[in-house]
Write a protein that binds this ligand. Structure first.
Ligand code: M6R
Length: 608
């Protein structure tokens, strides 16, 4: 949830670290800090709030030093304050440490350290690391960190510098991402490639329970047990401009507009029209078992969970596989009992979501096979699953997930078509699916062309304090996703419901001040949805309908209509979600919200 960036090289560290922090701000933004080392001298600065506050503080200062560490925080232990911001240090100010994750035995360690004379100044668990590393230091920073790793329980991605080890940064990882960047004029480390991609696209992923000593011209990796590790350098595909606004006012809007291209990228090289099938190289290592599979569980959180919920209907339609969808944070506490050859499919943009990781680890223990649908190459989920499919969607920076959702729907459809063609799906149905998928980018563009119309609807309704989203079958998860989008960036209360549930309670809420967004494309649920819309209308609730182009009937009922072009029933969700994203975006904009960095949230949730 927090962000880490480190640099050791020939250039001044301050601007590189600040630039890196800005790229990571979407991961946490309560407070920020950096420490820059110049020989035995270390300058440390911190500020509460966004990175801009730290920048204002140090902009005019000449900070010498070509190595350092920097952090942007999403508070867990202790409120956001300068004292609690990272870097944390020991009382002699020899060690400066930044940390993502949670030290679970921090309380016990803190008491022990206090008894032996340590004085603590912050409420953070991280400060324990600083004191321990300081005490364990005996001339080698790497060895001090290694020893500390054996003393702490919990999760960490951490980076440390020491007064007596100039030109060295030591990083370590257990359960929280850390990636090393190999540059020409120096080396980097960060919790996310976005922080380094401007300087290098050559990276090395650190595994759990490994640490690395990074200097200007060397990276040496070893395990917590002091075994040397040799690991190949990988190239990342992201370009620096992927993480820039390119004229858009917000990343969220930019990413909504990228969706035609994102859908295209998810399909690139994966469609085989003549055979009515998809090609997914990443799952070939498990293909023999997968093609026999009749039971799958999709595990995910938030928006990725909603993609999984749509995926279940797609799999029901195209394959003979029974699919369950589970919220990852609940899944691990279930009594798990899988039929043989069950595949767990972890769906995650970041590939680092702690709940999803914990879920797959539990499933592995119970003998299930593991697949991943992940955007971030080399992320923990991609490495802990046996095989998988990458989204190839580039970085998603806006905290509210948009383009990844559409990409996940495309990937789930590709997987269902591939498996379905080995089960019940005919060539004609396969060809129909592949054709419709190839048209999706153009259809998405048609939906986006209604931007102004959607903005005008948002302007009319953004002052309403409560919203209802209704859908059925494929569109029920879209109602959930739409409500999540509106809540998280506009702070308006919203509920997503399967429309058939209205009469069991929620209909009591309907009144002229509560808009209902009815997601009603012309699919197999159309007539049923129309009856549900009637029920809202009879109670004088305003209706915003998301309907198929040319639908005249809906215009008689709805106050506002947003059109989507016709497509196959199981591809409608990839279109109907887009007006919902734009509605949420414009409501948040009219309300002057901080759209890309909504309060209390972070992009990647790496704590349980
Ligand atoms: O990186 P993941 O896909 O695993 O993240 C899952 C959720 O944390 C994420 O979708 C979250 O709900 C977004 N803020 C939704 O917009």
């Amino acid at each position: 949830m927090c962000g880490i960036v480190c640099y050791v090289g020939k250039q001044k560290a301050k601007p590189i670290l600040l630039e890196g922090l800005k790229r990571l701000e979407y991961r946490g933004y309560d407070s920020a800090g950096l420490a820059v080392q110049n020989g035995p001298h270390i300058d440390c600065f911190k500020a509460v709030g966004k990175i801009i506050e730290l920048e204002k503080k140090i902009n005019d200062l000449e900070i010498e030093g070509a190595s350092g560490i920097a952090h942007t925080r999403w508070a867990t232990h202790g409120e956001p304050s300068e004292i609690n911001a990272h870097p944390q240090t020991d009382q002699e100010e020899n060690v400066f440490v930044i940390h993502n994750g949670i030290i679970e035995n921090f309380y016990i360690l803190k008491r022990k350290l206090e008894k032996s004379g340590a004085t603590f100044s912050s409420e953070t668990d991280t400060e324990v690391l600083a004191h321990l590393i300081a005490r364990n230091f005996d001339g080698s920073l790497q060895e001090a960190v290694r020893k500390t790793m054996t003393q702490v329980e919990g999760t960490f991605g951490l980076a440390v510098i020491h007064r007596e080890a100039p030109g060295e940064v030591v990083v370590a990882r257990r359960g929280s991402p850390l990636i090393i960047g190999v540059g020409k004029d120096g080396n980097f480390a960060a919790s996310d490639v976005a922080a380094m991609v401007r300087y290098t696209n050559e990276v090395i992923h650190l595994n759990d329970n490994e640490l690395a000593l990074i200097t200007e011209d060397q990276v040496s990796i070893s395990t917590a047990q002091a075994k040397a590790v040799t690991r190949a350098i990988e190239k990342v595909e992201w370009q620096p401009e992927d993480a820039e606004l390119n004229g858009f006012p917000h990343f969220m809007l930019k990413e909504i507009y990228e969706q035609p291209e994102t859908a295209r990228n998810a399909m690139r090289g994966r469609l085989e029209l003549s055979e009515g099938v998809s090609k997914l190289g990443g799952i070939m290592p498990v293909w023999d078992q997968l093609k026999e599979c009749r039971h799958m569980v999709f595990v995910a959180c938030g928006t990725s969970y909603h993609a999984g919920c749509v995926g279940r209907y797609i799999f029901e339609r195209l394959t003979e596989i029974d699919v369950e969808v589970e919220i990852a944070s609940e899944f691990r506490y279930r009594k798990l009992n899988f039929p043989p050859n069950t595949f767990i499919v972890a769906i995650s943009q970041s590939g680092e979501t702690a709940d999803t990781l914990a879920a797959i680890r539990e499933a592995r223990r119970k003998g299930a096979r593991l697949l991943g649908i992940v955007n971030v190459v080399g992320s923990s989920i991609s490495r802990e699953t046996e095989a998988g499919i990458y989204n190839h969607a580039g970085p998603e920076i806006g905290v509210a997930s948009t383009k990844i959702f559409v990409s996940q729907l495309v990937i789930l459809t590709l997987l269902a078509v591939l498996l379905g063609r080995h089960q019940k799906l005919s060539l004609t149905e396969g060809v129909e699916a592949i054709k419709a998928l190839s048209n999706l980018p153009d259809l998405l563009r048609r939906v986006l062309s209604q931007d102004n119309h959607i903005q005008a609807i948002a302007e009319k309704y953004y002052c309403c304090n409560n919203w209802l989203f209704l859908g059925r079958k494929y569109e029920y998860p879209i109602a959930l996703e739409a409500a999540l989008k509106l809540k998280e960036i506009s702070y308006i209360h919203a509920e997503g419901y399967p429309a058939g549930e209205m009469k069991h309670g929620p209909i009591a809420l309907i009144n002229p001040d509560m808009p209902t967004v009815a997601i009603v494309p012309q699919d197999s649920m159309y007539e049923k949805m129309m009856s549900n819309i009637q029920e809202v209308k009879s109670r004088r609730g305003p209706i915003i309908a998301i309907a198929t182009e040319g639908d005249r009937k809906i215009r008689e009922l709805a106050d506002e209509v947003i059109e989507v072009p016709p497509t196959l029933e199981y591809l409608y969700p990839a279109l109907t979600v887009v007006p919902c994203q734009l509605l949420a975006y414009y409501c948040a904009r009219f309300l002057n919200r901080d759209i890309d960095k909504p309060r209390n949230l972070a992009k990647s949730v790496t704590v349980e």
